[in-house]
Design a protein around this ligand. Structure first.
Ligand SMILES: *Cc1c(COP(=O)(O)O)cnc(C)c1O
Length: 372
């Protein structure tokens, strides 16, 4: 997708906010665990390379990504730090793992055997760094049976193909919604650990929610994700132990302002009808930029005032009801502060019935990310 460099719609990424969030978390850890910054999905829409640089400067000692290409992006950008790919990769790409010195998630014994076969066929040299994933109750990926885990252990510790670098799990309810289930997952992970060698380099269980609200238990590394960006993994359910600073703001400008008479319709389907004579402003941001159609009825900020989004959101634009006439070029805030008012990512997530993660990930590549 091309980037809209010649358009006034921009996502600003605040370096200081990211630095603040990471530094606060590192303080909490008091040296008990390392922090790997999770920068998958282009750093939750903030720009993976930018965020990784800031994270490293603040003391992050590694990175987690979801897919192989995201790991390659960081290596191409020059990062030499450990990078863990959280999603299992196709064994056919094993050569890339050795060439780029990447760590990878091992979900099953069968996967390890496939890696071993292709590794030998391709005559690779350096061992593959694996993190065994324990499915302690997320039900997504990883080992569930003791027997299979034992087989995997025997394979990775005897075969020269592998270096057993890590073991980890992922909690489904660490944001406080079900403590009993969290404890059950912990118990299962402990049982898995008992089967494995005791000197594994990285033992990690904590995503952001676990790091914020549960002791970094049995763990020497945390996978710190959504709060890097100043977002609360629980939404509004639980307070974070320190102030999180949102890193992203989304801004645009009025590109046309007009007075529309009463009983005129606005937008596709003519769903909105003006009640009286109204000032209507058009902004160059739509669902192809990540403004969901169900944001119709929500608002943006103009001159410190709320301006409702009227009519359906179009692909590239949408219309606002303005409190009064404003000149074209007036700044409009979609996310962030505008004078005494603020719209948070969480406000939008609540309005459309989703989580803050989805809102930031959905801002498309067309919107330039500007670092400030
Ligand atoms: C995405 C992800 C994380 C980070 O999650 P946050 O809730 O953003 O902290 C950690 N671990 C795994 C396995 C993930 O997939």
């Amino acid at each position: 997708m091309v980037i809209g460099k010649h358009r006034p719609t921009i996502a600003c990424v605040n370096q200081k906010a990211i630095a603040h969030n990471i530094s606060e978390e590192i303080k909490q850890l008091e040296g008990r665990a390392e922090l790997f910054a999770v920068v998958k999905a282009d750093g939750y829409g903030h720009g993976a390379v930018t965020v990784s640089k800031i994270a490293k400067d603040c003391g992050a000692t590694g990175f987690c990504v979801a897919i192989l290409d995201e790991a390659l992006e960081l290596r191409e950008a020059g990062f030499k730090d450990p990078i863990l790919i959280l999603e299992p990769i196709s064994p056919s790409y094993v050569r890339l793992l050795t060439e780029y010195n990447l760590s990878v998630t091992a979900p099953t014994y069968e996967w390890l055997k496939e890696i071993e076969t292709i590794y030998k066929q391709e005559n690779c040299q350096k061992p593959i760094k694996v993190h065994l994933k324990i499915d302690s109750g997320m039900g997504r990926i990883g080992f569930r049976e003791e027997k299979e885990l034992t087989q995997a252990r025997d394979l990775v510790i005897t075969s020269k193909v592998f270096e057993l670098e890590g073991v980890f799990t992922h909690f489904a309810t660490a944001d406080g919604s079900d403590e009993a289930y969290f404890l059950k997952q912990q118990q299962r992970f402990l049982k898995a650990l008992a089967i494995l060698p005791q000197d594994i380099r990285y033992v990690h269980t904590a995503n952001t929610a676990t790091a914020l609200w549960h002791e970094a238990w049995q763990s020497n590394m945390i996978r710190f994700g959504v709060s890097v960006y100043g977002l609360n993994p629980s939404g509004t359910l639980l307070d974070s132990p320190y102030q999180l600073e949102p890193a992203l703001s989304l801004e645009t400008e009025l590109i046309q302002v007009k007075k529309v008479q009463a009983k005129e319709r606005i937008g596709y389907g003519g769903e909105y009808q003006t009640q009286t004579d109204e000032w209507i402003g058009t902004v160059p941001i739509g669902y192809a930029d990540g403004i969901r159609r169900d944001m119709s009825g929500f608002y943006m900020l103009v001159d410190g005032e709320k301006a409702p989004i009227v009519g359906r959101v179009c692909m590239d634009q949408c219309m606002l009801r303005l409190p009064k006439e404003y000149p074209t070029g007036t700044k409009v805030t979609v996310i962030g502060k505008n004078q005494h008012q603020e719209i948070t990512v969480q406000d939008i997530a609540d309005y459309v019935g989703t989580i803050n993660y989805e809102i930031v990930c959905n801002i498309t590549e067309r919107v330039p990310r500007v670092i400030k």
